[in-house]
Ligand binder design. Structure first.
Ligand SMILES: NC(=O)c1ccc[n+]([C@@H]2O[C@H](COP(=O)([O-])OP(=O)(O)OC[C@H]3O[C@@H](n4cnc5c(N)ncnc54)[C@H](OP(=O)(O)O)[C@@H]3O)[C@@H](O)[C@H]2O)c1
Length: 244
């Protein structure tokens, strides 16, 4: 199978790429750091990937997205799976008080993802098949005080994917929304770790399995579905007073 991974140097994407490499898949990686892409490509070949190609791109450059997807499609032949896995956790206080910071966070976690998904949808519609998997977050399920700018961007993507899923159904294209909970990665390096943190490997295993299956909305690990059900069921009159 031919797998495109966007945001490939992220801890979660890297763990997923290793699992695809072990299965002997053909990989195309997109991330912004060329040196790390090269190192990762060499490692994935050693781990069993059939082939690994890559392109470096700052994903805030929306005008380059179509070209990057076209390049990946032309190298891979067809894109069977596209995993979109980049993002950034902004400083909530800063983003709340300085719109420029909020705008950047909404762009990298929201608009850039939708721009990439737009290009992927066009390519996969032409192919008549494919799977688009996007890593969003449980943070998009409800706007919480500590991270609602990030959460708003993730919610935007999840809502977008919900609509797109139906549009792409007749074209044989599957859309999967992957919502991890807390993951021990560079993004959360500054946070104190607790029992609810998972490893990138655990989340990646769930991602790969969900893409193989016929899933649409996936919580990773699965118990986050229950946690978020509880969080979503808290009446707003109480929820608005909660600081967590
Ligand atoms: N960690 C968590 O608790 C958690 C929870 C739920 C969802 N997620 C989501 O999981 C995905 C992967 O995150 P992670 O936890 O694996 O964290 P990570 O290792 O920090 O990965 C974030 C990635 O996004 C890339 N990125 C940021 N801005 C970019 C830009 N302008 N252009 C290109 N790439 C850019 C970073 O590139 P560089 O490597 O070059 O910096 C990095 O590889 C993200 O969508 C994140 O929102 C994470």
């Amino acid at each position: 199978m031919n797998v495109l991974i966007i945001g490939a140097t992220s801890a979660i994407a890297k763990a997923a790429a290793r699992q695809y490499a072990a299965r002997g898949e053909c990989l195309f990686l997109i991330a912004r750091d060329d040196k790390r892409l090269q190192e990762m490509s060499e490692d994935l070949v050693v781990r069993g990937a059939d082939s690994v190609n890559s392109a470096s791109l700052d994903l805030l450059q929306h005008d380059q997205h179509s070209q990057a997807i076209d390049e990946a499609a032309s190298v891979l032949g067809t894109i069977d799976i596209a995993l979109v896995c980049h993002g950034s956790l902004p400083d909530q206080e800063q983003a709340e008080n300085d719109f420029a910071a909020a705008e950047k966070a909404l762009d990298i976690n929201g608009l850039s993802v939708i721009s990439l998904v737009t290009a992927l949808a066009a390519t996969m519609k032409l192919q008549g098949n494919g799977k688009i998997a996007v890593v969003t977050s449980v943070a998009g399920d409800r706007g919480r005080q500590p991270n609602f700018v990030y959460g708003a961007a993730k919610a935007m993507v999840s809502t977008y994917l919900q609509g797109l899923r139906g549009k792409l159904l007749p074209h044989g294209v599957q859309v999967i929304d992957i919502r991890p909970g807390l993951v021990d990665s560079p993004m959360t390096a500054h946070l104190e770790k607790g029992a609810l943190f998972s490893s990138p490997e655990t989340v990646a295993a769930k991602i790969v399995k969900s893409i193989d299956g016929n899933r649409h909305t996936v919580y990773a690990p699965g118990y986050w579905r229950l946690i978020m059900l509880v969080v979503k069921s808290i009446p707003e009159a109480i929820f608005k007073r909660l600081k967590f």
